[in-house]
Design a protein around this ligand. Sequence first.
Ligand code: UN1
Length: 458
Amino acid sequence: MELLKSVSPALPADVLITFPETPAEGVAEATAKARRAQAEWWASGPVARANALAKAAEALEAAAQEMTDLAIREVGKPVAEMVGEVGRGVSILRYYSQASLDPDGDSLPAGNPDGLLIARRRPHGVAGLITPWNFPVAIPLWKAAPALAYGNAVILKPAPAATATALRLGELLDATLPADLFQVVPGDKATGEALIANCDAISFTGSTKVGRAVVLACAARGIPVQTEMGGQNPSIVFADAALESAAKMVASAAMGFSGQKCTATSRIIVVGEVPEFVDALIAEVEALKVGDPAESATVVGPVISDLAASAVAEAGVEAAGSGGRVLAGGRRQAKEGYYVEPTLVAGLDQSQRLARVEIFGPFALLMHAADESEAIQIANDVPYGLVASVFTSDLDRALRVGTRLETGLTRVNAPTSGVDFYAPFGGMKESSFGPREQGKAARDFYTWTQTLTILPAR
Ligand code: UN1
């Protein structure tokens, strides 16, 4: 069988793990074990679940340094961001440990005032999670923690490029949770398909192309599915914004972790002529420290693969060839590792390919709108609708623009990336499908509603 491997993008000769895909029979066995574990987990009650998840939080906190180092090595996320992500993972586990004790449904007025009419929440059984490499700790956890809190077992299939981190996370959780409740099945497409064929619900984060196929396969089986996919996120900047801080936030939302977030800013739409902002933005992008993700000053590490680095460089060439001006970056760096300069391009308009596709690298377009309504029109004129930022100090304008943006998340004077784990997360159009994830919204996906009517016997 052909082996998969996960290598360090900062030093591709550094192989973290070589592994075979988990075959369909392996996934079926894992699911059968998970089903038995789930029945006991559900029967153990909410306090036991809360305590076990709180212990899992402690275990991750105790191993934070090790997890951070491992994930930096495996996916190249700069240390400052990776420390934050592992901390977010601990908070997610703590938050959902308490969610185990939340009200588990609604009581409604029964036809007979002595009766009961209750819509209560029940777990699906085994939740299958298909996760990307870019948040190798936080995304598995913000799916797994609510799944577990509400009584499900979990099988996680991580992206091949984040397999070592996922397996270590699995060991940590396994030590504090009942056996077989949280299992990791390494693999790629075939393993993912087996997950869909066996599990009772599927939560996916990844590309739009794969996400669509996941939705169709789940629909064919009639199981609940939730997919978080691409983004082409705008940051709209008005002349009345705090321009220096807007430039800092936009530069980091576009280029931080090399733009490898579905929430990254890809289009910076300046309304009217705001040369101070443009100058400040170029200066901020040029000042971003590109280099070894393990060094604390680094903001832009490598991209995940050779292919990803070429895609960014090619986008730079395409931009220049289609009338764009490269304001910063545009080239691969001539050193070991998949490094590419943060690239900022001006002079392209919304009809052009680069203004519509997701590059998933340190690449952003600087665009212009004549006025507020044109800015909204440009912002919405993409197939995606995940997140948009508006920079202004005019509250009326923020309210007006905010409500007209076709995005699941709208942020004012805040970067597009960096979400709150206790608030609903998800987008419009091709960005998402199914119920929102994170926060209390996660319950809608990881449970189904059983409506129970109990009337007096006489
Ligand atoms: C964030 O910006 O804090 O895959 C999270 C992604 C998103 C998560 C972004 N689902 O990039």
